[in-house]
Ligand binder design. Structure first.
Ligand code: NDP
Length: 610
């Protein structure tokens, strides 16, 4: 940086924050994005839209005879939750299990999201599960999708999961058979088998969605969703070199975590890239680096759990003597989380004082990120349009070092929609602000369904005791014990989707839930119990507790620009991504369920038929 630039940066940094003006600006930006249809603005990928959800790599599935046998445990989903559940079950002595997945291999999220540049924002050493068990250390601090998928395959081989898995198979229905005390399973491959227990591990951001822009189906060019990347069309691979795009004009709709990762790689290869922005996203530095071999040599057994736990505590605002991960997540959470934690512990400040302190820390953080845009984007008008105007946790934070400088390329245009989104899609392109932009390809980086019914997202019908439909049972709100079991649905266990623990690192709570389910099933199979089911009272007590400890963040999210975090601008106690996480925090949830397991699982009935 030159002296003048440094002096300018310092004076900008020192400028006091006018909170009233900032609040007014945030509100103005939110208001221009508010719309009446909330999550209904998105299109469910069925019927004519089905092509957007199909696997671009699928050939005709290899023929196999339909199954009509019986297994002890069926795990639905071959992503990380399902795989970790399988491993924890096997380690607990439950090995008669089968996995089922509609992909062609393991990986779940990482199987489907193979777009160029796909990378995990959580440090690889804490995100990628079972590293010590497989004697593997990731190559970089933040792993790209390929490495994560390869690791899933490694875990699959190491733990004998391949021979237990039905790939390219979509579970269609689960029906509880009272006489057999088993679930009847039906799939799209003609299977009709039974299983004693089912573990649902379908993920939480599993079902892609499109915005309901008029005319999507009229477009005559190529179009796909980032989670179904078409390499036949683009050429290249996840590292880029998308050589078939050299003479193509591409429109990328969406600038969330996926959009900003893929955009720079498209820009490098295509004739012209239009980045279609509805809401500018806050982009923090990535700072990836190769794994240090000396550090790897220094690792002691138990290192991964220690590192995961250290990260989890820091991002919950629990001070730690050391910050092992030491990245953008812990940096911000040490500030914001520590304010919350300190006050909560000592009661030294009023709620209003604490809120103000948080707001100021948040404002400083966002100001830094807005300055980052100015520093990286040469055209001041483009930089201004790329600045995010909302509080840090209104949207899922993103991290990238290539996205902002990409706007300095001559073949990249930012098409800002003034918060309104694309007006219309035509046979030849898209219309924004009354102007048509002809393109050859439209790529939707528009995210995944959140807030719709669980069974819709999993594309499964589930009928419990007396034919009770799970969709009906959960129509108003989830009804679970610890987010894992449901009364009326015996021998059914959920990894997610709701009322369980949340964490920045999704897979840390998933491992806890996997161990929890493994403890229950090891006991059930050990005791010969045929039915495991929470009592109605236990569920009601847990739901009441869940609501009591729920974070009171509705007001915060009401002030936010719409996103899946706040149910697209309509936050309520029960809707939206974050309100379905246990409000007492991960540590409290963990202690509660571990104590409960040790106390003999009160409220969970284990029944053996005479
Ligand atoms: P998001 O839901 O985060 O982003 C969707 C984008 O599409 C937003 O920019 C949204 O704008 C835009 N959009 C929606 N409708 C329209 C419209 N009508 N016109 C124009 N733009 C529109 O989806 P992502 O796939 O980016 O990310 C989903 C989640 O997946 C992440 O939040 C993260 O949890 C996870 N993820 C994690 C990654 C990682 O670890 N690196 C990578 C990718 C995803 P608006 O903001 O205005 O709604």
């Amino acid at each position: 940086m030159t002296d003048t630039k440094a002096a300018a940066a310092a004076s900008r940094a020192a400028a006091p924050i006018d909170l009233d003006a900032l609040r007014a600006k945030y509100r103005q930006e939110r208001d221009r994005r508010m719309r009446g249809d909330g999550i209904r603005q998105f299109v469910e990928l069925v019927g004519d839209y089905r092509g957007y959800i199909e696997d671009p790599d699928a050939n005709d599935a290899e023929p196999r005879a339909p199954l009509d046998d019986d297994v002890s445990v069926l795990i639905v989903g071959g992503g990380w939750s399902g795989m970790v559940a399988a491993v924890r079950l096997m380690q607990s002595g439950v090995s008669d299990l089968r996995l089922i997945d509609n992909g062609r291999d393991f990986g779940g999220t990482w199987y489907w999201n193979r777009y160029p540049g796909v990378q995990c924002d959580i440090e690889s050493y804490i995100y990628m599960p079972l590293l010590e068990e497989t004697d593997y250390v990731p190559r970089e601090k933040y792993a790209f999708g390929d490495e994560i998928r390869t690791h899933a395959e490694r875990v699959g081989r190491k733990f004998g999961l391949y021979e237990r898995t039905l790939f390219e198979t979509q579970l269609q229905a689960l029906t509880w058979d009272e006489d057999l005390s088993r679930w009847r399973v039906r799939t799209n491959r003609g299977d009709s088998f039974t299983t004693r227990h089912v573990v649902m591990a379908c993920g939480s951001l599993n079902r892609p969605k499109l915005p309901g822009i008029p005319g999507i189906l009229d477009f005559k060019g190529t179009s796909f969703h980032t989670s179904r990347w078409d390499y036949e069309y683009s050429g290249g691979d996840t590292t880029g070199n998308l050589h078939k795009l050299a003479d193509k004009r591409i429109a990328l709709i969406g600038t969330g975590a996926s959009g900003i990762q893929v955009a720079p790689l498209i820009a490098e290869s295509c004739e012209h890239l239009y980045v279609v922005q509805r809401t500018p996203v806050a982009v923090a530095p990535r700072g990836n680096r190769p794994t240090d071999p000396d550090w790897v040599r220094s690792l002691q057994p138990g290192w991964q759990e220690e590192r995961r736990s250290n990260f989890q505590k820091l991002v919950s605002g629990v001070p730690q003597p050391e910050d092992l991960v030491d990245d953008a997540w812990t940096e911000i959470m040490k500030i914001l989380g520590a304010i919350a934690f300190r006050v909560a512990q000592e009661g030294e400040k009023t709620q209003a004082e604490r809120d103000l302190e948080m707001e100021l820390a948040d404002a400083e953080r966002m100001e830094t990120l807005r300055r980052r845009v100015e520093d990286q984007v040469k055209d001041p008008a483009v930089a201004e349009t790329l600045k995010p105007w909302y509080r840090f946790f209104c949207k899922r934070p993103t991290f990238n070092d290539r996205y902002l400088p990409m706007f300095n390329r001559p073949n990249v245009s930012l098409l800002d929609t003034g918060g309104q989104g694309v007006e219309r899609i035509t046979a030849d392109g898209l219309v924004i602000g009354g102007k048509e932009y002809p393109v050859d390809c439209i790529i939707f980086a528009t995210g995944f369904e959140v807030g719709t019914e669980y069974t819709r997202r999993a594309e499964i019908e589930i009928f419990g005791r007396g034919g009770l439909s799970l969709a009906d049972h959960w129509a108003e709100d989830y009804q679970t014990l610890h987010g894992v079991t449901a009364h009326g649905f015996p021998n059914l266990f959920f990894m997610g989707p709701a009322q369980g623990p949340g964490d920045v690192n999704f897979l840390y709570p998933a491992d806890l839930q996997a161990r929890y389910v493994a403890r229950i099933l090891a006991r059930a199979l050990g005791e010969g119990a045929e039915v495991v089911e929470p009592t109605e009272e236990a569920v009601q007590a847990y739901v009441a507790h869940f609501r009591e400890v729920a974070l009171d963040n509705i007001e915060f999210y009401r002030e936010c620009t719409p996103s899946y975090y706040n149910n697209e601008g309509d936050p309520s106690k029960y809707k939206g991504f974050l309100s379905q996480r246990y409000g007492g925090g991960f540590a409290q949830y963990r202690k509660m369920v571990l104590d409960w397991l040790d106390e003999g699982m009160p409220g969970l009935a284990f029944t053996t038929r005479e």
